[in-house]
Design a protein around this ligand. Structure first.
Ligand code: ADP
Ligand code: MG
Length: 255
């Protein structure tokens, strides 16, 4: 089921923390159905940018639009409801099985009330079944189907990172924001996650914006790259163009 999605337009976004400009007039566009990487040295402003896009941080200036919707300064749950979901750089793990975690991820989408579900009223039971079926599909999309009933605390680090990704997918986003999706993973886990991200774009038609330090992965996965350094956008283009850019080389090699 390939749907259509919207472009994300980020324009002139500025964020200041006491005496520090974390983002300075940053702008870029994520094309519909594309994989876009946001890269840059530590402290460049990548996570801050994600915090602005997901409503966790209010910019002093600038706008964020997703299709016709203006996201700037909306609360996180409003942004999620408009189809933008994120993962965090560090895993925030809960207890329970993979299935429990994914069902929790569907919570915001549930129409039957908690009481109706607890009382097992027919409409609530039907909805519960439909939710469970969708959650199974999401587990399959993220290569977690074999681990559906496994407690998350027994999973490998790489699998737990993918549970986070699956949880974001439970919100049925049109744009997925992934903060360092392969950080701390071994080579096999990295490859599996890269394949998952590619198949999400192909099978769900969604757009992906990812922050990632693994340059090999960025170069293989991204259609387009935006480079930040000290809060400024210093380059943007295809992976090939960005790799050739003298300013990017300077920022990374410090020469
Ligand atoms: P990146 O994710 O690219 O490593 P960040 O967006 O985390 O960079 O940080 C950008 C800059 O903003 C850094 O100098 C960081 O120390 C600073 N910063 C980030 N969050 C805060 C905050 N809540 N308060 C103060 N400074 C912050
Ligand atoms: Mg960061």
């Amino acid at each position: 089921t390939t749907g259509t999605t919207s472009a994300l337009h980020v324009a002139d976004v500025t964020v200041r923390f006491a005496g520090l400009v974390a983002l300075d007039g940053v702008g870029f566009t994520v094309a519909p159905g594309s994989i876009h990487a946001l890269i840059g040295p530590n402290g460049a402003g990548k996570s801050t940018c994600f915090n602005v896009l997901s409503g966790v941080c209010r910019p002093a200036r600038g706008t964020v639009r997703f299709g016709d919707a203006e996201l700037t300064r909306l609360a996180p749950h409003r942004i999620a409801a408009l189809g933008v979901a994120r993962t965090f750089q560090n895993i925030v793990m809960t207890r329970g099985t993979v299935a429990d975690n994914l069902m929790l991820g569907r919570h915001g989408l549930s129409r039957a009330g908690f009481a109706a579900t607890a009382l097992r009223l027919p409409h609530a039971v039907r909805e519960q079944h439909a939710q469970l079926e969708r959650v199974r599909e999401i587990a399959e999309l993220t290569a977690l189907d074999g681990l559906f009933d496994t407690p998350v605390e027994l999973l490998s680090y790489g699998d737990r990172k993918r549970v986070e990704l699956a949880r974001a997918l439970c919100l049925e986003p049109r744009l997925l924001l992934l903060d360092e999706p392969v950080a701390g993973m071994n080579a096999a886990e990295r490859a599996r996650t890269a394949a998952t991200v590619r198949s999400l774009r192909e099978r769900l038609g969604l757009s992906v914006l990812l922050v990632e330090h693994d340059m090999g992965l960025v170069m293989r996965l991204a259609d387009e790259v935006t480079v930040l350094d000290f809060g400024r956008r210093i380059a943007g283009g295809t992976p090939y163009e960005v790799r050739q850019d003298p300013e990017v080389r300077r920022a990374y090699l410090g020469s």
